[in-house]
Design a protein around this ligand. Structure first.
Ligand code: GLN
Length: 193
């Protein structure tokens, strides 16, 4: 199983380092050909508006949406969640593959970025919490009935799953806790069998 990381902008390199620690082959995805070479994909944090613009050249937005429709497992973090959301505030285009509405930068400015304890569902394995790094994170305003909440911060959903999509409004690539990435990799290995 080869796992891609969308590498147009943002903190994609940190995700490749995590995949390496998990012993999973990673690939920086910048083109349609790169995307065709991977079985799973990480949409990293960064600036969703910039990523949307950069995806246009090779129509990567449409291609990624199409791969998701055909079952490709995805881990979206922070800006990546905004890319997949049904709707976002302020309004901007999206791939519309995750049934959530989000508010961008809803936890305040860069100075309000922080590490906070996320309460985890049993599906992630022990311990039942992890340190979440929140950097100008989006807030989930609504999650549809098909969306399972796997992690909460102060009661609010911050880690979600819908089919093959895992979505974290925090940055699991910035701590040593590999469980969120492992969930993606396990899913990719399982689907590829
Ligand atoms: N503020 C960014 C956005 O709106 C997301 C921040 C992040 O990915 N760390 O796209």
């Amino acid at each position: 199983m080869r796992c891609g990381v969308l590498a147009l902008q943002g903190d994609w390199a940190a995700h490749l380092a995590v995949l390496d620690r998990l012993g999973t082959a990673g690939l920086a995805v910048r083109s349609a050909a790169d995307l065709a070479a991977v079985e799973a994909l990480v949409l990293p944090g960064g600036e969703s508006t910039a990523m949307l613009r950069l995806m246009e050249a090779e129509r990567l937005d449409e291609r990624i949406a199409d791969r998701i429709d055909h079952g490709m497992p995805v881990l979206a973090t922070c800006a990546g969640v905004i890319l997949l959301a049904r709707r976002c505030e302020p309004d901007q285009p999206s791939l519309d593959r995750l049934d959530v509405d989000v508010a961008r930068n809803a936890f305040g400015r860069q100075v309000h970025s922080r590490v906070a304890t996320v309460e985890l569902a049993a599906a992630l394995g022990p311990p039942p919490r992890l340190d979440g790094v929140f950097i100008r994170a989006p807030r989930i305003l609504r999650a549809g009935p098909g969306v399972e909440v796997l992690g909460r911060l102060d009661g609010e959903p911050v880690l979600l799953r819908q089919g093959g999509i895992l979505a974290a409004t925090f940055h699991p690539e910035l701590t040593g806790d590999l469980r969120v990435h492992r969930m993606l990799v396990d899913r990719g290995a399982h689907d590829g069998r």
